[in-house]
Design a protein around this ligand. Structure first.
Ligand code: DX5
Ligand code: ZN
Length: 222
C-alpha cells in the first residue's frame, strides 16, 4: 500500500489552524492526524469534534485520522462521524467492549483503528484484526508531542506486519510518536505504511522539504 504521511496537528499553529493544515497538505502530506486528549485517559487536553467540523467547513478535503485518547470512547464516536472524521482510532484500555466500539465506528460510516501503547500487548489483535482498517502503534507514551521515539516499537511493527500479511488483510499500519527524517526509513522497513509526524513537520521551516525528505527515506528503505 502507498506510504502515507500524516502530520499531527497537535504541533500546528492553532490560532490559524485552517491555513496551517492547508499549507501542510499543499506541501505534500496525505492525511491529517487529529489528536483528541481528555485530561483523564492522558494528562493533556486538546481538541474535539467542533474543530474537526471547522476544518471540513474550511474545505479540508483530505482524510482526517482521529486518534482518540479519551475514556470512555463510545459517546464521542457519532459526534466525530458527523464532524467529518475518516478514520477513528481508540485505545483498548479506554473501552469496556472493544469489539462493540469497533462496530460502532463502522456503523457510523468511519474506518476503525485500534491503538497500542508501548506497554500494551498485541493480544487484542488476535480477536479483532479482521474487523479493523488500521492498527496504530504508539512509539511514545500518548499525551504530548515532541517526545523521543521508543525503539522497541520497531519489533512491535514487525509483529503486526506479519499478522496482517499472514491473514492477507487490507489493514493500514500506522506509527505515531518521535518520527523524524532520520528514523523514518527504519520504521518503513519494519512495516509501517502511515507515518504520523507532528513536531518534525510543523517544527520545520519548510514543510515541503521535510515531507519530501521523509518520502525519499521511506522509498529507499522499502
Ligand atoms: C502523542 C500524539 C502524537 C503526537 C506526535 O500522544 O498521539 O500524534 O502529536 O508528535 P511528535 O511527532 O512530535 O512525536
Ligand atoms: Zn496521535
Amino acid at each position: 500500500m502507498k506510504p502515507l504521511i500524516a502530520p499531527s496537528i497537535l504541533s500546528a499553529d492553532f490560532a490559524r489552524l485552517g491555513e496551517d493544515v492547508t499549507a501542510v497538505l499543499d506541501a505534500g502530506a496525505d492525511i491529517v492526524h487529529f489528536d483528541v486528549m481528555d485530561n483523564h485517559f492522558v494528562p493533556n487536553l486538546t481538541i474535539g469534534p467542533l474543530i474537526c467540523e471547522a476544518l471540513r467547513k474550511y474545505s479540508i478535503a483530505a482524510p482526517i485520522d482521529v486518534h482518540l485518547m479519551v475514556e470512555p470512547v463510545d459517546r464521542l464516536i457519532p459526534d466525530f462521524a458527523r464532524a467529518g472524521a475518516t478514520y477513528i482510532s481508540f485505545h483498548p484500555e479506554a473501552s469496556t467492549h472493544v469489539h462493540r466500539t469497533i462496530g460502532l465506528i463502522r456503523e457510523q460510516g468511519c474506518k476503525p483503528g485500534l491503538v497500542f501503547n508501548p506497554a500494551t500487548p498485541l493480544d487484542w489483535l488476535e480477536h479483532v484484526l479482521d474487523e479493523l482498517d488500521m492498527v496504530l502503534i504508539m512509539s511514545v507514551n500518548p499525551g504530548f508531542g515532541g517526545q523521543a521515539f521508543i525503539e522497541s516499537s520497531l519489533g512491535k511493527l514487525r509483529q503486526v506486519r506479519s499478522m496482517i500479511d499472514a491473514r492477507g488483510l487490507d489493514v493500514r499500519l500506522e506509527i505515531d510518536g518521535g518520527v523524524k527524517v532520520d528514523n523514518i526509513g527504519r520504521i518503513a522497513a519494519a512495516g509501517a505504511d502511515i507515518f504520523v509526524a507532528g513536531s518534525a513537520i510543523f517544527g520545520s521551516a519548510d514543510y515541503a522539504k521535510t515531507i519530501t525528505a521523509m518520502r525519499k527515506a521511506i522509498d529507499a528503505a522499502i
